[in-house]
Design a binder for this molecule. Structure first.
Ligand SMILES: *[C@@H]1O[C@H](CO)[C@@H](O)[C@H](O)[C@H]1NC(C)=O
Ligand SMILES: *[C@@H]1O[C@H](CO)[C@@H](O)[C@H](O)[C@H]1NC(C)=O
Ligand SMILES: *[C@@H]1O[C@H](CO)[C@@H](O)[C@H](O)[C@H]1NC(C)=O
Ligand SMILES: *[C@@H]1O[C@H](CO)[C@@H](O)[C@H](O)[C@H]1NC(C)=O
Length: 732
């Protein structure tokens, strides 16, 4: 980014006079960095950065490299990333100086020792091709070269070369037009599932010749299926990726993988159960289950540096996707498993080993921050250690996404915040994280963008006198002497939270930039405040969470006299959309003047009957509909349609198999039949989320226009102190 940074330095000073605001277009065209990966010696790191040009409808991903300064050399040493490969979505290190990248199924090597390292147009030297484009990959380095482990979907024969020929055969083609099932779980998230087709892991070796500048790599032999004939699937759909498996060398030198997969003995539609397995990369024996005891989901397997142990996260309860995740460590030789942090009232999202194996690193959500903590393994089973009191904070705020321990004891990580997209950092105990990249500063889309005053966390009194939580996100140029409309954003889940992280969907700052004083609320059911607060939502969707939302709005109006109580609007997606539909039937005091429901529940009953993951409503409402009918009905927005009167925009997606489009159509029918001002926005090609940048632009245009209209606000005009909120909304 060095070259671009120089240009932007001038732009930024010119821009201070006419600060622009975060338009939807700027949000969508801002860089989207992924996870960072350090070279084995920790001296360089690479990161894939995706970018879109919305008007042109083009986009792609590049690999950027950044030097990791030696410990103690601070931030000033770096912040300069260079683009080294264009049009590649992932890169891995084959040595301290050679990267392997993928373009489709083809592998290329590129060396940082060569003069054309920073020539992004030169993609490198072709190594060979995998049989298909993988859905995820990792590499294990060893004495005689490297082994790539990758995932791809395959049928029971485990032969990747047969997938395309089968699917283009007459029998395979028939499925496109006539799908036949004998077991439910017929579709998931946004796909109809082909019976017998599963994503599985494969290993393939790479051979190295020469050293330094002369280093050359080639494929050695054919790929080996690691899960053939087992009925296992890894990574776990729909969101699984390479974090679902870990590679390592056992003390005897055996290369192996540890992975998480759904337990094949139970139906995945109504069970969350997953187990952890190990399998040798030689492909010589079947996977062995190493997890015991837990009946729920597992995640984040991590092989220890010496290869003798596997750490992972495990939930105790089957069917409850928001159960607390416990840290487990299995010693492979003795087949013994211990539970760490067993009395800690937090649910870690990721676990990793320090390079010396003496510490575990834990990423965890806590009070609306996604933190990085380290757990010394010296003294494990004291009550203090089990309760989490010996954890050492490495990163206390922001949203940590990927972590990689370095040999020197520091940790390489990626982190975003409400103030900007992901950047690469190093962290060590007792020091502030050191920022290595400045993708935000170098971004054309975000240059000179004024995000307004800092968002602030607040507490308030929710139902039953409990503490409840949220953020305020004031508009740019905010002044207590001016009046503003109030926008309330409600998150999905309900087990989720508004954290200090950057998002291209539901970014609060883009709503603030349109002139709203925004609050994001974390009512009962939200994550990061302890398991009791989170489980307070079970059977209480229409009571605790509903009350907490209204109490949060009241609290902000009471404490901010400059917010206009006649101009309050709300929007939410998924569970947030459920809450919008519920609010419409319980808004007799007209607290809310306008509503937006994105992919929300209309009827809790019809949701069970049509959704993909049955366990979810079953756990939330305490059973199947024919046993817990009253609990479903008590929570159902459909019960209150006789009182719907608040203007509402409703959004639905044709590929939304979580809350199918009939929920949105039902809502729109009710609103229209009752003569309530209403609009339907339907995306035939989108799932539960709006992912395509052009569609997202339309989404932002319609959502903002609706909220502005019903809060009697107009988008600030061009040239004023406020940026033109609508400027990014159309293709001119
Ligand atoms: C990387 O460099 C370190 C330190 O110079 C060395 O010990 C290590 O063997 C190298 N690793 C590889 C894979 O070349
Ligand atoms: C980018 O790579 C893909 C394969 O992954 C290829 O089909 C496409 O043509 C490439 N685009 C450019 C601009 O090189
Ligand atoms: C590990 O222990 C469990 C019982 O806890 C047993 O079922 C399993 O077979 C053992 N595995 C090995 C590899 O010894
Ligand atoms: C909103 O605008 C309408 C029409 O201009 C007006 O009748 C109404 O009083 C306004 N409400 C508020 C709260 O400003």
């Amino acid at each position: 980014m060095r070259c671009r940074s120089i240009v932007l330095a001038c732009l930024a000073s010119a821009a201070t006079a006419v600060a622009s605001h975060l338009t939807p277009l700027a949000l969508l065209e801002a860089p989207r960095p992924g996870d960072a990966l350090a070279s084995p010696d920790g001296r360089q790191a690479v990161i894939a950065v995706a970018e879109h040009n919305v008007k042109r409808g083009s986009g792609g991903s590049s690999i950027w490299s950044v030097a990791v300064p030696a410990a103690g050399h601070g931030a000033a040493a770096s912040k300069g990333a260079v683009e080294v490969v264009r049009n590649a979505s992932a890169a891995l290190w084959l040595s301290n100086t050679t990267l392997v990248t993928l373009r489709g199924a083809t592998l290329y090597a590129k060396s940082s020792l060569r003069s054309n390292w920073a020539d992004a147009g030169f993609k490198g030297v072709r190594i060979g091709a995998l049989p298909v484009e993988p859905t995820s990959w990792r590499v294990l380095l060893h004495d005689h070269g490297a082994t790539i482990v990758f995932s791809a979907a395959v049928y029971d024969d485990g032969d990747l070369r047969n997938v395309e020929s089968y699917e283009s055969s007459a029998e395979g083609q028939e499925w496109e037009h006539a799908k036949i099932y004998e077991t439910t779980f017929v579709r998931h998230w946004d796909k109809w599932l082909r019976p017998g087709k599963r994503t599985q892991l494969f290993a393939i070796d790479l051979k190295k010749r020469g050293k330094g500048r002369k280093e050359r790599w080639s494929l050695a032999g054919k790929e080996r299926p690691l899960m053939k004939g087992t009925g296992l699937e890894a990574p776990v759909a729909p969101f699984g990726d390479e974090k679902d498996y870990s590679l390592g060398l056992a003390p005897d030198g055996t290369a192996y993988a540890a992975f998480t997969a759904k337990d094949p003995s139970v139906n995945p539609a109504w069970h969350t159960r997953q187990q952890i397995y190990t399998v040798p990369l030689a492909g010589t024996s079947q996977p062995q289950q190493i997890s015991r005891g837990g009946l729920g989901a597992t995640s984040s397997p991590a092989i220890s540096p010496c290869g003798s142990k596997v750490a992972y996260l495990q939930m105790a309860r089957d069917g409850f996707e928001a159960d607390v995740r416990r840290v487990k460590v299995t010693t492979l030789a003795s087949n013994e498993t211990v539970t760490l942090l067993g009395a800690w009232d937090r649910s870690p999202a990721q676990v990793a080993w320090s390079a010396d194996g003496h510490t575990l690193l834990v990423v965890v959500e806590e009070y609306e921050q996604e933190k990085l903590l380290s757990l010394p393994l010296a003294e494990l089973f004291s009550p203090e250690a089990q309760a989490g009191e010996t954890l050492v904070p490495l990163v206390r705020d922001g949203g940590v996404s990927s972590v990689q321990p370095l040999q020197d004891g520091r940790t390489l990580l990626t982190r975003s915040s409400l103030r900007g997209p992901t950047e690469v950092y190093t962290a060590s105990a007792g020091e502030d994280p050191v920022q290595l990249t400045d993708f935000k500063g170098a971004s054309r889309a975000l240059a000179g963008v004024d995000l307004g005053p800092l968002p602030r966390r607040f507490n308030y009194v929710g139902m039953e006198g409990r503490e409840a939580y949220g953020w305020t996100v004031p508009p740019p140029g905010y002044s207590e002497d001016k009046t503003y409309p109030l926008l309330t954003l409600i998150h999905g889940g309900p087990e989720g939270a508004w954290t200090n992280s950057w998002s291209t969907r539901w970014n609060p700052s883009v709503f603030a930039a349109a002139g709203f004083f925004v609050i994001t609320l974390d009512p009962a059911g939200s994550t990061g405040f302890g398991q009791k607060y989170q489980e307070g939502i079970l059977g209480a969707w229409s009571t605790r969470a509903f009350f907490d939302i209204r109490a949060g709005v009241r609290h902000i109006l009471d404490t901010h006299p400059n917010l206009d109580p006649e101009r309050v609007v709300a929007a939410g997606a998924s569970f947030g959309g459920y809450m919008i539909n519920l609010i419409n039937g319980r808004n007799q005091d007209q607290l809310f003047k306008g509503l937006v429901c994105h992919d929300g529940v209309f009827s809790t009953l019809s949701t069970w009957y049509s959704t993909d993951e049955l366990y979810f409503p079953e756990f939330e409402f305490g059973g199947v509909p024919w046993e817990a009918r009253d609990a479903y009905l008590a929570a159902s927005p459909e019960q209150y349609t006789d009182r719907w009167a608040t203007p509402q925009l409703t959004i639905a997606g044709g590929k939304d198999f979580r809350l199918p489009e009939s929920e949105g159509l039902s809502v729109f029918n009710v609103l229209q039949r009752r003569g309530v001002p209403s609009k339907l926005l339907y995306f035939p090609d989108e799932n539960h989320w709006v992912m395509k940048p052009r569609n997202s632009l339309v989404w932002h245009r319609e959502v903002l226009a609706w909220l502005l209209k019903y809060s009697n606000a107009t988008a600030p005009a061009a040239g004023e102190d406020h940026a033109p909120a609508a400027a990014g909304l159309t293709f001119q």
